[in-house]
Write a protein that binds this ligand. Structure first.
Ligand code: ZN
Ligand code: ZN
Length: 194
């Protein structure tokens, strides 16, 4: 099934194609960088859960389709070499985290998915991984990993290798297919937000 993508002001719309619990990794990341990104967007109350966790579904970028408002996609790097964190400039809705063009990886942040009329846990399956609990606010959820889950890391490495072989990085809505550069020049946030 396709799940609609919609920013909070509805300028940016699209869909996540052929979603099922098998096609991605459903996780919460409680790391300080994800928390800092939410703070930068001034949108912590919507993005972060009670543990400071961001809910993410990791998929191939080729399954992310935008139908309007793509020009509002903006990206940020917290540090010079940090991952590319995409959000909408119209209303600061986080969209996804990506690495680079040929890395067939996009961690879609659930705030941009519209589950109206759908049961999220049926569509994505329940959250399987609670990562980076060393930055957790309050008591960590049961089964949380202090760092990144080893199983999840292995799954990501395998899917990156397969994604490279099968060219799952293309089409890619976040990068220029000819140059491999992000469609919006990353803004680098060097100073941490206090
Ligand atoms: Zn918007
Ligand atoms: Zn994180």
């Amino acid at each position: 099934m396709n799940v609609p993508i919609k920013c909070s002001c509805s300028k940016v719309q699209g869909y996540l194609e052929d979603v099922s619990p098998k096609c991605g990794n459903h996780l919460k990341c409680m790391c300080d960088d994800c928390q800092r990104f939410a703070e930068y967007l001034n949108n912590e109350t919507h993005i972060l859960d009670e543990n400071g966790g961001t809910e993410i579904f990791q998929v191939s970028p080729s399954s992310i389709k935008f139908t309007q408002g793509q020009e509002n996609l903006t990206c940020l790097r917290l540090t010079q070499k940090g991952i590319l964190r995409w959000y909408t400039s119209c209303c600061n809705t986080p969209i996804a985290n990506t690495i680079s063009y040929k890395m067939a990886f996009a961690g879609v942040i659930l705030n941009c998915l519209d589950f109206s009329g759908l049961n999220k846990d049926d569509v994505l399956g329940p959250v399987k991984y609670y990562c980076m609990a060393k930055y957790c606010i309050g008591d960590a959820p049961e089964g949380a990993n202090a760092g990144f889950s080893k199983l999840l890391t292995l799954k990501i490495i395998i899917s990156l290798l397969i994604g490279r072989l099968l060219k799952r990085y293309s089409p890619n809505p976040f990068f220029n297919e000819e140059t491999g550069q992000p469609i919006s020049k990353p803004f680098i946030l060097i100073k941490p937000i206090q």
